[in-house]
Design a protein around this ligand. Structure first.
Ligand SMILES: [Zn+2]
Ligand SMILES: [Zn+2]
Length: 323
């Protein structure tokens, strides 16, 4: 990618009334995501994988839309949450039980008739596996140890966890929206990593929100500050074109992390998880320059958070220009 470096500190001040947290709206998120997967399938060069993801996300949408008795038997009773503590839906902060496994069964039964014979075998093995073993996989993933879970299962387990978490997250987020809190690198509802930054269209044009990789909540984060370590010096934007690029990467010379930014005010079709996946080539460029990704993509899950990116505590002594 040809690199345009913009001075992130020149972004004009924002005086809008800022909503700190935007609650998850899972049905709308999954519908939008499935639509974007269909749109980008051909040009992605990964048509088959995008096709599978579209089926999976559509199944998530269907399960998220269950109501009445069907929703009760799938999602179980409302979990008891302590809203006075930070990140009330972080895995150690409440009894999340195993109702998420009923969500997994629903997703699998939706997918079964639509996927290849090969994948059907994988899904059958997954639902036949011991419930405690599957619970262990979920715990590993929620702790960021993605590599501890058989690779063929991780996408489906995370998809089910995500539907369960987003189902209960909206109420929590509503409560938190009133509480102002400064720099938050992890989701204020569930403590998971973001997928990326979304720069908003109307009515919040130009504001930056991070989108949660688990519960689909969005939380506000000022621009021109690294989303991983909070530093504002040495933050650069990279893009494929010098002006008006709809997808940019923000890199930080303090922690050497990077995060993608999706400008929905420039292209309203952008969907954070899908467009991140469709632009992996941009990641290679940053990795070549010594930066590490600070985000998690629920459609990919290839990152190992505990061994991967860790913001360094000591700022680098000298920061040169990136070329
Ligand atoms: Zn979250
Ligand atoms: Zn940083």
């Amino acid at each position: 990618m040809s690199t345009a470096i913009l001075d992130a500190e020149k972004i004009p001040g924002q005086s809008l009334d800022i909503k700190t947290v935007i609650p998850a709206c899972p049905i709308a998120v999954y519908q939008f995501r499935a639509q974007r997967l269909a749109e980008l399938a051909q040009e992605s060069g990964l048509a088959e994988y995008f096709g599978l993801l579209e089926q999976l996300v559509s199944a998530q949408q269907k399960v998220a839309a269950l109501d009445g008795l069907a929703a009760k038997s799938c999602f179980g009773p409302e979990p008891r949450l302590d809203l006075t503590q930070s990140k009330p839906m972080a895995l150690d902060h409440f009894e999340w039980g195993n109702y998420w496994q009923s969500v997994l069964l629903e997703l699998v039964s939706e997918l079964m008739p639509k996927v290849s014979a090969e994948l059907r075998i994988v899904l059958k093995d997954l639902v036949k596996a011991d419930a405690d073993v599957v619970q262990g996989y979920a715990k590993s993933m929620l702790n960021g140890h993605f590599a501890q879970v058989p690779a063929q299962y991780s996408l489906f387990i995370w998809a089910a966890l995500s539907v369960y978490w987003s189902h209960w997250a909206a109420d929590v987020a509503e409560g938190l929206a009133m509480v102002g809190e400064s720099h938050r690198r992890l989701c204020p509802v569930c403590g998971s990593h973001p997928v990326g930054s979304v720069i908003k269209d109307e009515p919040r044009t130009g504001l930056r929100y991070l989108h949660c990789s688990l519960c689909e909540t969005q939380w506000h984060e000022v621009r021109a500050e690294c989303t991983a370590c909070g530093e504002s010096k040495g933050v650069n934007l990279w893009a494929e074109t010098e002006t008006n690029a709809a997808i940019r990467i923000e890199s930080c010379d303090t922690c050497k992390g990077y995060t993608k930014m999706f400008f929905t005010d420039i292209n309203p079709k952008l969907e954070v998880a899908v467009d991140d996946l469709a632009t992996m080539v941009m990641d290679n460029h940053l990795v070549e320059h010594g930066y590490s990704v600070t985000t998690v993509n629920p459609l990919l899950l290839a990152h190992e958070q505990d061994e991967g990116f860790q913001p360094s505590e000591q700022p680098h002594a000298k920061v040169g220009d990136i070329h």
